[in-house]
Design a protein around this ligand. Structure first.
Ligand SMILES: [Zn+2]
Length: 509
């Protein structure tokens, strides 16, 4: 139980280290990847980068300011998903955090992912907590996790408060941070005594089935929200896991917090009951967490037919097997090739990551014609694929510096860096090509380079679920296109070696 704060004003430490590691991804994770392409933020720069954004970090800042606390923000480092980061990179992020904790603080508020893997450690969050606890064994710690967390028992044992997002697309990051932060502050002030219980199921669930409206997660989250609302629990969180990380903690978890101030035993029993109710829905409906793709040509044909009917709004084609927001290389051309082969017209595509192609277009200049060997620059040895570029010709339509500030509803207010970006117009398709990775969830990916997405007949997105934040409201139809890549929802393409077996659906359960 967290001790009462003694210093006046209290010192609150807020930190963010976030990476969703796809252990099958060939995409490297250098230090510069943290900060969405610009490197991590340290000290005051961390505070300034995240203040006012729709993130747990910003929620923590608001709470700390309200409480009149002295605020320390040693590090804020978030990368788009990719392969495991090196020990050296991880230590560069940990050094300022450990130093700040060693200097003394009254509470620690962490904004973590939950599926971060380091080259020599499959449970980065467990290690972060273990090391902070070693320095400050009695300082209370709150953590907010991403929905795609693979939760280890060690992590739960070392934290006082854990919450996670209840939405996918993740549009409630701020609210999740606020919930964790308020519970910790109430505990510090002695108003409550958090009791936390977690349960875990050996189910490796397809992320394409994670959205609340698509599978069992919706019913589980509804139950969690109802239990929070009627005061049975302080927080109830579903963590459906991250299937593309091959670790022994990969699976579905529930974390429930109750107030044990009056009766810790009863509070524990209630938390265990609610967690059990949440997990029993997941277990009973586990078959709905399996994704059943249809062949790519058939999907594109279906999309074409929708477009032929002059619908009210664009038809979305979702290239979900190569989603950089889950570790995809973002340069697999299979779905683009099929769209061009079936001659869909009036298509906007975003984003293909190919810095070489961008440089060729910059060299050619706006208005001039180029022939590119586009995409396909990255091999994916973990799933036996080699990169296959696509020969395309067209006119360079636009060139940008790729500097954007999200309009929302996801990551509202946060800056992102696409790197030098260019648009190739093939006549039928306008293809946005970036130098850095970016999952398109904001209409800005098109608008910042002069394409109005609402006016297009078809839009192809390298995304999985997050596109729904910005694009679902403008779409007439949505067609999931099963291409290729390291975010394939067909889990049989992966050679798992570390999962705790038996695990569903790879084994019967
Ligand atoms: Zn997520």
């Amino acid at each position: 139980m967290p001790p009462l704060s003694t210093s006046m004003p209290p010192c609150y430490l807020i930190a963010l280290i976030k990476h969703e590691t796809n252990t099958f991804s060939p995409v490297p994770t250098p230090l510069s990847a943290f900060g969405h392409g610009r490197g991590p933020y340290f000290g005051e720069a961390a505070k300034e980068a995240f203040r006012g954004s729709a993130t747990p970090f910003a929620a923590y800042l608001d709470i700390a300011e309200r409480e009149g606390a002295t605020i320390v923000t040693p590090v804020a480092a978030e990368s788009w998903p990719s392969s495991a980061c090196s020990r050296k990179t991880f230590e560069t992020l940990m050094d300022p955090l450990e130093e700040a904790v060693a200097a003394g603080c009254d509470a620690i508020f962490l904004d973590l992912h939950g599926a971060m893997v380091i080259e020599d450690c499959d449970d980065a969050e467990g290690e972060i907590l273990r090391r902070l606890r070693a320095i400050a064994p009695r300082v209370p710690i709150a953590v907010t996790f991403d929905y795609h967390t693979n939760l280890s028992p060690e992590t739960v044992a070392l934290a006082d408060v854990i919450t996670g997002y209840k939405t996918y697309p993740h549009v409630d990051m701020y609210e999740s941070g606020r919930l964790a932060g308020e519970i910790l502050v109430d505990a510090i002030k002695g108003r409550i005594k958090p009791v936390m219980v977690h349960q875990w199921l050996p189910i490796v669930s397809a992320i394409m089935r994670h959205a609340p409206e698509d599978g069992p997660s919706g019913a589980i989250i509804d139950h969690a929200r109802a239990m929070e609302k009627n005061g049975t629990v302080l927080a109830a969180t579903l963590l459906p896991g991250f299937a593309h990380a091959d670790t022994q903690h990969t699976g579905i978890a529930a974390v429930v917090i109750t107030n044990g101030k009056r009766d810790p035993q009863a509070a524990h029993a209630t938390a265990a009951r609610v967690a059990g109710e949440m997990m029993s829905i997941a277990l009973e409906r586990r078959a709905e967490y399996v994704y059943h793709p249809s062949p790519l040509p058939e999907a594109v044909r279906r999309a074409k037919l929708f477009g032929d009917g002059h619908p009210d709004g664009p038809v979305l084609l979702i290239d979900h097997c190569d989603n950089c927001g889950s570790g995809g290389t973002q340069d697999v051309m299979a779905v683009v090739a099929e769209i061009l082969r079936q001659q869909l017209d009036d298509v906007a595509i975003a984003p293909i990551r190919d810095p070489q192609a961008v440089q060729q277009m910059i060299a050619a200049g706006i208005g001039n014609n180029v022939t590119l060997s586009l995409g396909g620059k990255t091999d994916m040895p973990s799933i036996g694929l080699t990169g296959k570029p696509l020969a395309v010709s067209g006119r360079v339509q636009a060139i940008t510096d790729g500097e954007i500030v999200f309009r929302g509803p996801m990551y509202t207010g946060l800056k992102s860096h696409l790197g030098p970006t260019a648009v190739l117009d093939t006549g039928r398709a306008q293809i946005v090509v970036t130098s850095l990775h970016h999952e398109p969830f904001d209409l800005l990916i098109f608008r910042h380079c002069g394409i109005e997405p609402t006016k297009k007949r078809y839009i192809m997105l390298k995304s999985r679920i997050h596109y729904r934040a910005g694009f679902k409201p403008i779409a007439s139809h949505i067609v999931e296109c099963h291409g290729e890549g390291v975010t394939n929802a067909d889990l049989s393409v992966y050679s798992y070696t570390k999962l705790k077996r038996p695990i569903y659906p790879l084994d019967p359960l």
